[in-house]
Write a protein that binds this ligand. Structure first.
Ligand SMILES: Cc1cc2nc3c(=O)[nH]c(=O)nc-3n(C[C@H](O)[C@H](O)[C@H](O)COP(=O)(O)O)c2cc1C
Length: 414
């Protein structure tokens, strides 16, 4: 059977999300991408009083606008809903008025091009350090990192190297602290939708951050109502989504999950039991949710075949794919991310496996990715060294400097 590529493929058919409120004109979605290009609020950052707050700036406005398309969907970089959730320098949160105003400029620029944008709310949990938050990192339990050598991503102000996570252990969230954390998310979601104008809110429930720390049996060691069984480990995520639905409306919320992820040392078991229960409950409680977004398991890139097999064995599986979650969610729009490119993206939606594909790294290096896929132009390879700021040559470098196909052709003629 010939696989249809380009404009006639299902990637370029409309898709309705948000329970009928939004009809996308195509299904090439920009994945959430942390790029650390925000402006520090406190310009005099010193070790005794480090800057912990960043605001969106004009370069960020340009970056998102460059990648916006008529009827397209972009998911923002992970946005901390509170100071305590701050995961990385250069990432603007959405808990201060200056930040909300900055995000509004980003949203307005995307809307001006006819695009849609969701805010991804991201709580790092234990994957942060006190220099970023001004308080101890929080998590489901006070579980230290398994690997004593794993380090934080950035060196704090005044230090020469990133600290080890094990030297910055998390505290276990108390019951009132859990309630407070959920309220932080809800306040941020309300500001995102009502003030900044985002079209919806996606909760980052994957990649080993706070939600996944609750879901993971090697990190969540609680024996109260938030831990001890797969069902109880799901309680934090489910309560959060219930409260969020009350705050912004079920059709305006979405969740991102990585059921077979291992990032940030999520080495827990009972994957099928835990994520299966979570998804069944979400579908039951919030059938009108905007969409669900899943991350593909891609162990080949990280582990040897033996390591991969030993993980799968510990979960009681011989192979992994996302099909069981697709079945659970039925008609809820279902997105997939992880490794899609201009070779392997064709025929996937036609097969019925997913409703839309997210592109991350190729959206970084191809501001006009949607056009390139539609019209069959080659893709520019990304440059990993410029993914995460700060950049010595300024925030634009490797961020807004990528060329469109026309600009490349123009360059070639010079
Ligand atoms: C530079 C970079 C930053 C990322 N930041 C986020 C993020 O803030 N939130 C998130 O959910 N995923 C994040 N991801 C994961 C991507 O959304 C995506 O799942 C991943 O890049 C795989 O897709 P790809 O193969 O198309 O790049 C990030 C990935 C990269 C490369």
């Amino acid at each position: 059977m010939t696989v249809i590529k380009g404009a006639k493929s299902k990637l370029f058919e409309p898709l309705t999300i948000a329970n009928g409120k939004i009809t996308l004109k195509h299904r090439v979605i920009m994945a959430p991408l942390t790029r650390n290009r925000g402006t520090p609020l406190n310009k005099e950052s010193i070790p005794e009083n480090p800057n912990r707050v960043w605001v969106p700036n004009d370069v960020m406005v340009e970056y998102y606008a460059q990648r916006a398309t008529e009827g397209g969907l972009q998911i923002s970089e992970g946005i901390p809903p509170s100071l305590e959730s701050n995961g990385m320098p250069g990432v603007p949160g959405i808990f201060l008025p200056e930040q909300v105003a900055g995000w509004k400029k980003v949203v307005d620029a995307v809307h001006a091009k006819g695009g849609y944008i969701y805010a991804q709310l991201w709580h790092a949990g234990r994957a942060t350090i006190p220099a970023m938050t001004g308080s101890p990192p929080v998590s489901a339990s006070a579980s230290p990192w398994d690997d004593p050598e794993e380090r934080y991503t950035h060196a704090p102000v005044g230090a020469t190297e990133p600290p080890r996570y094990i030297d910055n252990p998390p505290i276990e969230l108390s019951l009132p602290h859990i309630k407070q954390t959920i309220q932080d998310y809800c306040r941020a979601a309300k500001s995102a939708v009502e003030e900044a104008g985002f079209d919806g809110v996606e909760i980052h429930g994957g990649n080993g951050y706070l939600l996944e720390q609750f879901l993971s049996s090697n990190i969540n060691k609680r024996n109260d109502e938030y831990g001890g069984t797969p069902e109880k480990r799901c309680r934090f995520a489910l309560e959060l989504m219930d409260e969020l639905a009350k705050t912004i409306g079920e059709e305006n919320m979405a969740i991102r999950l990585s059921p077979f992820g291992l990032f940030n040392q999520t080495r827990g078991e009972q994957r099928v039991e835990t994520w299966g229960y979570l998804c069944r409950r979400l579908k039951e409680m919030h059938p009108r949710m905007s969409y669900v977004s899943f991350i593909e398991p891609r162990y080949e890139q990280i582990f040897s075949t033996e390591q991969k097999d030993s993980f799968l064995k510990s979960w009681g599986l011989s192979n992994v794919d996302l099909s069981m979650f697709r079945s659970i969610f039925g008609n809820t729009p279902f997105f997939s991310a992880g490794g899609w490119n201009d070779q392997n993206c064709w025929g996937v939606l036609e097969s019925g496996a997913y409703d839309a594909l997210l592109f991350g790294r190729y959206f970084i290096s191809n501001p006009d990715l949607v056009r390139r896929l539609r019209e069959g132009y080659p893709l520019t390879k990304y440059d990993r060294s410029k993914f995460y700021g700060p950049m010595p040559n300024g925030p634009e470098d490797g961020y807004t400097t990528w060329l469109t196909i026309e600009e490349q052709e123009e360059e070639a003629r010079k």
